[in-house]
Write a protein that binds this ligand. Structure first.
Ligand SMILES: Cc1cc2nc3c(=O)[nH]c(=O)nc-3n(C[C@H](O)[C@H](O)[C@H](O)COP(=O)(O)OP(=O)(O)OC[C@H]3O[C@@H](n4cnc5c(N)ncnc54)[C@H](O)[C@@H]3O)c2cc1C
Ligand code: FES
Length: 275
């Protein structure tokens, strides 16, 4: 019988430093058949572990279109993630998943898409953004609004430049505190509203970042006229099983690990009313 809790060994193929505390790991399953067949959707996460240290949910940041490997962007915040930052290429890491629901993709074809991220909130959205760019002509205008505390803390710096070159796509960056080389906007991500044409009509917004940033961005989107059913956010909760068994991640009657982590603001409002 299949045991859902047994993780699959994978090898760290390469590691890219994003900032002083954040790295992106490219990993490949040891089992070649699994590496070739493993599929997931943008917004899903995996439970990553190191033997004898622990396990934590981490969003898959690679696009499902890039087959044969997975990428995870990890900020060193605690025991496990700090140990992961000590890994070197060819070291072993363990993966189970993919878990959770995903961002709406097919349903938003033809619409204008707004991606609003703060700090380490860009990694989960990156999977979706690159999937959208893979089928660029099937979507409307795309705007990416991304903020970090300092220029160093912006993830995927080279990729952000590439996205800026894509047809009908705007990428706007901001930092809370500039350094001497920073020529862009300074201020929280909502200050970008003055620099970009955001219209709610038929648009869909995806928001990912720290809770305080999500709160202010959602308010700004609602004030701009977005319906709460067209605003999607991802929630972080402490998780253990990742598969709806342990009850660690519930909000009211829902489990973030299986009913989320992606929720529309409309769904969340309903959940909090019922809770
Ligand atoms: C769906 C999902 C996707 C995620 N994706 C990513 C990702 O892509 N990249 C990423 O870097 N992280 C991601 N996270 C967050 C990551 O899983 C956590 O930060 C995880 O706890 C790190 O494990 P750790 O052992 O290194 O740190 P921990 O020891 O768990 O500590 C992490 C931080 O949380 C605090 N903390 C610990 N326990 C609690 C508690 N019970 N209540 C409140 N605070 C506590 C600690 O003080 C510390 O500041 C995701 C989380 C979820 C739920
Ligand atoms: S993490 Fe166990 S029920 Fe969600």
């Amino acid at each position: 019988m299949k045991n859902e809790y047994i993780p699959h060994p994978a090898i760290v193929d390469s590691i890219r430093s994003e900032s002083f505390d954040t790295k992106t790991f490219k990993v490949v399953f040891e089992d070649e058949k699994l590496a070739a067949s493993f599929s997931y959707k943008p917004g899903q996460f995996a439970q990553l572990s190191l033997l004898g240290i622990g396990e934590a949910p981490i969003s898959v940041t690679s696009s499902p279109c890039s087959r044969g490997f997975l990428e995870f962007t990890i900020r060193a915040v605690g025991r496990l993630t700090r140990a992961m930052h000590q890994l070197k290429p060819a070291d072993k890491i363990y993966v189970r998943g993919p878990y959770g629901n995903c961002f709406p993709f097919e349903e938003v074809k033809g619409k204008d898409l707004y991606f609003v991220a703060g700090g380490i909130g860009l990694p989960p959205l990156r999977s979706l953004i690159n999937s959208v760019f893979d089928k660029r002509e099937e979507f409307g205008r795309i705007k990416v609004l991304y903020g970090a505390k300092t220029p160093d803390e912006l993830c995927f710096k080279e990729e952000l430049k590439r996205w800026q070159q894509i047809t009908d796509t705007e990428v706007l960056l901001t930092v809370d505190k500039a350094d001497k080389d920073w020529e862009g906007n300074v201020g929280v991500v909502t200050t970008l509203w003055n620099k970009v044409d955001i219209t709610s009509s038929g648009g869909v917004a995806y928001v990912c970042g720290p809770p305080i940033m999500i709160r202010f961005v959602v308010k700004k989107l609602i004030d701009t006229g977005f319906e709460d059913g067209n605003i999607y956010i991802t929630l972080e909760r402490y998780m253990k099983c990742g598969i709806g068994k342990c009850g660690h991640c519930n909000i009211g009657a829902k489990f973030v690990c299986i009913d989320g982590p992606v929720f529309s603001c409309g769904q969340l409002k309903e959940l909090h009313q019922k809770a």
